[in-house]
Design a protein around this ligand. Structure first.
Ligand SMILES: [Ca+2]
Length: 454
């Protein structure tokens, strides 16, 4: 009997060692759309068109209802996602124009650390973190890449600032070479399907080895384009057609994982770099929150987030725990066993919070929210309170229609404390009723100001 027990313990130990040594680390597929609204997809919203693939992904994974980005604009949000650092640390503010300095090489990207750990890495979609050779995807950890280096409205057909863009031609790059030196409207119609096909092909080629696949779709950023197959499909206008094509593209990536037997051991993340660009009216997405892109209100910063990772996230779960895009880098490193960069970052591992483990709490004392260089708001680490420092913000005084832009006006918000638990739409200033909370957040804001701005 004793021998039997020893033999079975020994076998168990052998099994454990073999599993530990042979276990393939999980793949990562990180899908980050451009300007998609919180409510553009089921089940986050109830738009008048179907998004069956995202809906199914949410049922197979977990939906996170209170995920936010630290700055609601393209380059700042992408730098924060890929480095785990606040814009005020990387100095990647706003949206880069052609010729502007890209992301500083001293901040490691997710792609770099995954590549160092033996992952194959690829980017299919929009970069927007620099055009110089040293700041392009090939120099920042991506083995393969294809897409735009800039936003899809940075071209000679820009109708919001036609003078600035009159002579500018948007280029499409493949593996660090220009493969289309003048993107046309016809070419823009293929952006979503190209990114989907390249992703499917990459998954097929790397089914046997771990990979990190970043898919920052150029859509639904204006100007909106979709392929012929999706035109008028939604019955809800071009914006709906574009979202339906994105949903289909996400479905293609899910199918590729399934047919290649990678469904169980892949972390799939779907989100958006910022809230809807409300200035464009029916060419913008939906958010239930206050204001939209370019502001520090929840309408700008709060994005839908789905994570499917069968080993850690319960299928069909829904979480109201709050965390920020800067936390995804350390959390993914924790799940995959990939080493974090040696330099300081701002994000923290929130894997236990995401998994809904009993007693788990957010490890941050606070989060900062910025617009450009301006530090405008601070959120308590538990996600309950948000303090807006006095600031101006863009409000669309007149909204656009069918691809014509609206007009912004400046509005001002005084020092305001919102209870996000009771009031996620940031309507009622409860500063006077909560002097202690106010004092605490003001102190944290002052310390943050000192740390990053003085
Ligand atoms: Ca964006």
């Amino acid at each position: 009997m004793r021998n039997k027990i020893i033999a079975s313990l020994f076998l168990g130990l052998l099994h454990f060692v073999a599993n530990t040594l042979c276990a393939t680390p999980p793949n990562v597929v990180l899908i980050f759309m451009d300007d998609a609204g919180y409510g553009d997809f089921h089940p986050f919203g109830n738009p008048p068109y179907a998004t069956p693939h995202v809906k199914r992904l949410a049922a197979e994974g977990g939906r996170f209802n209170r995920f936010f980005v630290p700055q609601a604009v393209c380059s700042a949000s992408r730098a924060a996602l890929l480095t785990g650092c606040y814009p005020e640390r990387t100095k990647m503010f706003g949206a880069l124009s052609p010729g502007e300095k890209g992301l500083d090489g001293k901040f490691s990207t997710m792609a770099e650390v995954f590549k160092k750990s033996g992952y194959a890495t690829a980017l299919f979609g929009k970069w927007h973190l620099g055009e110089e050779a040293a700041t392009r995807p090939a120099a920042r950890g991506f083995d393969e890449s294809a897409g735009l280096l800039l936003s899809n409205d940075m071209w000679d057909k820009n109708n919001r600032d036609p003078k600035k863009w009159a002579n500018y031609h948007l280029k499409f790059w493949t593996n660090d070479k220009v493969t289309c030196d003048r993107v046309t409207p016809e070419f823009q119609k293929t952006l979503t399907s190209q990114a989907a096909q390249a992703s499917v092909d990459f998954i097929q080629r790397h089914q046997a080895s771990p990979f990190f696949l970043y898919v920052p779709f150029s859509m639904p950023h204006v100007p909106l384009y979709c392929s012929e197959a999706f035109q008028n499909k939604s019955g809800a206008g071009l914006y709906g057609d574009v979202i339906m094509e994105l949903d289909d593209a996400i479905g293609q990536i899910m199918t590729a994982l399934k047919v290649n037997g990678l469904e169980e051991n892949t972390i799939v993340i779907v989100s958006s770099d910022n809230g809807p660009w409300l200035l464009w009216g029916n060419h913008a997405g939906q958010t239930p929150f206050r204001e939209g892109k370019t502001t520090s209100f929840n309408g700008g910063t709060q994005s839908p987030l789905i994570i499917k990772y069968p080993a850690k996230i319960k299928a069909g779960s829904s979480s109201d725990a709050m965390f920020c895009s800067i936390d995804l880098f350390p959390t993914l490193c924790s799940w995959t066993g990939v080493a974090l960069p040696s330099h300081e970052i701002d994000g923290k591992d929130v894997s236990s919070l995401m998994a809904g483990e009993t007693g788990s709490r957010n490890p941050h004392d606070y989060y900062s929210v910025t617009v450009g260089k301006d530090f405008q708001a601070i959120i308590s680490g538990d996600g309950r309170w948000k303090l807006h420092l006095p600031h101006l913000y863009n409000h669309p005084a007149k909204i656009g229609h069918d691809g014509r832009p609206g007009v912004y006006e400046d509005r001002k918000i005084p020092l305001s404390l919102f209870d996000l638990q009771q009031d996620p739409k940031e309507t009622t200033n409860v500063m006077k009723e909560n002097p202690q909370v106010l004092k605490q957040l003001q102190q944290l804001a002052q310390d943050h100001q000192k740390k990053f701005y003085e």
